[in-house]
Design a protein around this ligand. Structure first.
Ligand SMILES: [Zn+2]
Length: 158
């Protein structure tokens, strides 16, 4: 476990970790497939996107290590066929949900490994469940279902 400083500042869970996190590139533009993506989804302005080995962060918001970790999971899922993955992700809600449960489940794992404060962990889980159950992903499931799936993913995969 690396040493971490945990705080919530401006509604952002800050996990400051000394070690390098991912090898993802980060740019402040929309992803190359945004046009097709926006035909299926209605992402909020602060959304970040993974396309291959790059995180697209058009709003320029602060990217916390747990978000980088989430996006690195998508990068692995995409493998060598980024466009193929996106086609399935956009057209197949079941597939989209599975991919996001893995990414949020791993993100929750990551937070759990790096912070000791149980209230912060709970707060992080709530934020992730809110996001996963939101309109941004096409209302895939309820808040309660999202919370339980993210938590249980961790339980069965560690
Ligand atoms: Zn995701």
């Amino acid at each position: 476990m690396s040493s971490a400083i945990e705080t919530i500042r401006n509604g952002i869970l800050e996990i400051k970790i000394v070690t390098k996190l991912s090898n993802m590139k980060i740019v402040n533009t929309l992803p190359p497939n945004y046009e097709i993506l926006s035909l299926y989804l209605n992402p909020p302005d602060h959304a970040v996107y993974c396309y291959g080995d790059t995180i697209y962060n058009p709003s320029g918001k602060k990217l916390t290590p747990d978000i980088e970790h989430h996006e690195s999971i998508h990068s692995k899922q995409q493998g060598d066929d980024v466009d193929g993955w996106y086609t399935k992700y956009l057209q197949d809600k079941e597939f989209r949900l599975k991919q996001e449960i893995s990414a949020y489940g791993e993100q929750y794992n990551f937070i759990k490994e790096h912070i000791q404060n149980s209230k912060l962990l709970k707060w992080g889980l709530e934020k992730m469940a809110e996001a996963l159950s939101s309109e941004a992903y096409g209302n895939l499931l309820s808040y309660g279902e999202a919370e339980s799936k993210i938590r249980n993913y961790t339980k069965f995969n560690t």
